[in-house]
Design a protein around this ligand. Sequence first.
Ligand code: PLP
Length: 225
Amino acid sequence: MSIAQEIAKIQSELAPYSSKLIVVTKTRSIDELLSVHACGILDFGENRVQEMVDKQAQMPQDIRWHQIGHLQTNKVKYIAPFIHLIHSVDSFALLKEINKQAAKNNRVIPCLLQMYIAQEESKFGLDKQEATEILEHPELASLSNIEIVGLMGMATFTENTNQIQSEFKELKAIFETFKSQQMGIASNRVHWQELSMGMSGDYLLAVQEGSTMVRVGSAIFGPRA
Ligand SMILES: *Cc1c(COP(=O)(O)O)cnc(C)c1O
């Protein structure tokens, strides 16, 4: 199937759910990105800062760029002028740097806290206690150039759908707990709106468990080199 056909198929699968498709374009060429844009997709996800910056300069300016991979504090300045949503905030220090660079650009940058839900050693992310510490941090209210709008997580890379499903349920439960406790709301920097979960292998499980954004790459383009 072509890129357009794959996107149409995924969008029809997502249609019954209120989940937005973010097309993950890391390692893909500008021509491939233009084919995605031609389908009317405006949400693009990248995980390397340099690659995103290079592509952003070459692509149509109506694209909403999502930082989905681990972000080093010293690289925030390169994406701060244009980034639409940072999915991968995993420390208060990173949040402070995003706030500083957003202020320099006269804007507010929306962020998600990346939660660790997988049973794998290599994944970045916070546990519930660490996320709570960020959300209750006394300095959070002073970060007027960021807003935390939800959570992101990645399930274990496995064929075991029961395990993936239980990890998504766990993340959704944390989201609902934070939301019902109005966690961080008093700071005025927190709005419980988005739950970014689901990739090529598990996006249908994710939307069934309440994802509001799926990040899909290889199901559209084929395997990465
Ligand atoms: C690469 C990546 C994706 C997309 O992965 P696919 O399996 O190609 O869909 C989603 N989220 C993150 C954080 C990624 O790094």
